[in-house]
Design a protein around this ligand. Structure first.
Ligand code: PGA
Length: 255
């Protein structure tokens, strides 16, 4: 479990999407050996559900394992879905919610994301709530409006709770495209999110790590993580190879 502190922890997380079989997960974790020690970042990976157990049983104790998505109900006739209690029973401690691929390819709405966030919190999984604008929304000058709308929906169920959660700002146009937001773009969006969290959550907002995601690679990770208000990264493609993911984790600043 990632531990809450008075400054946001640096977190480096890998979203394996629909890659990495159980055998691949074991092989990855055998080879995955970033620099550890005081001040080093917290690290998490999000395998596909089918590989979760393999990852949990091969992971070192410092590595958090999470699901990429959960259903808001605890159980029932929901073919193909995984609930928070099932994820917890398999050893997950974290979950992504509202990843842009869920929103844009599978039609998840803000209210679905809010229900999933509430379910994660209720059952004790730490949610990483993902927000981000499309290119058209950016060009229309709507970045703040869109990410605040997405944040507000999730905050409704987080505001009254003493619970831990993370945010990930992932501009849709930067995911899997090789287009990265500049550190300044990331800082601007993150400070908008931080400001709104302070309004809603008070001092607690300063403990929430805000990760940047979208074409993070070994070569741009250090610069992004050095930017103001960027407390780590959520990495897709470059987290699939242990060598590349180690370079990203090792590029995180000490905190
Ligand atoms: P990417 O994906 O690093 O491959 O752009 C990031 C994500 O979708 O979380």
């Amino acid at each position: 479990m990632l531990v809450p502190r008075s400054v946001p922890a640096v977190v480096v997380a890998g979203n394996w999407k629909m890659h990495v079989s159980p055998d691949d997960a074991r092989e990855f974790l055998d080879a995955f050996s970033p620099r550890r020690g005081p001040g080093r970042p917290q690290v998490a990976v999000f395998p596909p559900a089918i590989s979760l157990l393999a990852a949990v049983t091969s992971a070192p104790s410092w590595l958090a394992i999470g699901t990429q998505n959960i259903h808001w109900e605890a159980r029932g006739a929901f073919t193909g879905e995984v609930s928070a209690p099932l994820a917890l029973a398999a050893g997950a401690t974290h979950t992504l919610v509202g990843h842009s691929e869920r929103r844009h390819l599978f039609g998840e709405t803000d209210s679905d994301v809010a229900r999933k966030t509430a379910a994660a919190v209720h059952h004790g999984l730490v949610p990483t709530v993902c927000v981000g604008e499309t290119l058209a929304e950016r060009h229309a000058g709507r970045v703040s409006e869109v990410i605040l709308r997405q944040l507000d929906a999730a905050l409704e169920c987080l505001a009254g709770q003493e619970t831990q959660f993370l945010l990930a700002y992932e501009p849709v146009w930067a995911i899997g495209t090789g287009e990265t937001a500049t550190p300044q773009d990331a800082t601007e969006a993150h400070s908008v999110l931080r400001h709104r969290m302070r309004e809603q959550l008070g001092d607690r907002a300063d403990q929430v790590s805000i990760l940047y995601g979208g074409s993070v690679k070994p070569d741009n990770a250090a610069e992004l993580m050095a930017a103001d208000d960027v407390d780590g990264v959520l990495v897709g493609g470059a987290s699939l190879d242990p060598v590349s993911f180690v370079r990203i984790v090792d590029a995180a600043p000490d905190r």
